[in-house]
Design a protein around this ligand. Sequence first.
Ligand SMILES: Nc1nc2c(c(=O)[nH]1)N[C@H]1C(S)=C(S)[C@@H](COP(=O)(O)O)O[C@H]1N2
Ligand SMILES: [Mo]
Length: 157
Amino acid sequence: MIYGITLSMPAWGLEQPSGPILLTVSGNIGKTNVGDTAQFDRAMLESLTGGRTQTHTPWHDGLMTFEGPLGRAVLQAVDARGDALRVVALNDYAATIPVGDWQRYDVLLALTANGEPLRVRDYGPIFVIYPFDDHPELKNEDIVTRSVWQVTRIEVQ
Ligand SMILES: Nc1nc2c(c(=O)[nH]1)N[C@H]1C(S)=C(S)[C@@H](COP(=O)(O)O)O[C@H]1N2
Ligand SMILES: [Mo]
């Protein structure tokens, strides 16, 4: 049995997704599971080191609580080697984010807001959330531009 588990979930690789794919990471990465990409279903994202951020945002009324994997945990899971990220949304909007942002700050790939899964109509399924309230220096147009919602892909550059 241990043998079977080892084959399906090698410690040095990524497991295979079994549910709908929420996020595809490509580019300069050392770990893949589908072709030359790393694909994540919800359970895989939920298994990564996560965080909780309480903040106001330009897109929500009042104080919100977001939860999801830390951006840096996703980068670690795929063994990302670049220093810039091209984060692409369902509407083909894309922003370039320096990897340093996700090392310096607890940026979430938020999957829930106030405990509810983010649906596409609430800017889900994944919303890049910076901890604006904890770090007032983040309240600027550059960071707002990097706050991509409806994220579907990340290309490591
Ligand atoms: N998915 C997605 N995220 C996005 C954008 C977009 O068009 N699509 N625009 C970005 C930019 S440039 C800004 S200034 C803000 C705009 O937010 P608003 O359209 O709600 O004012 O969201 C950022 N995140
Ligand atoms: Mo913008």
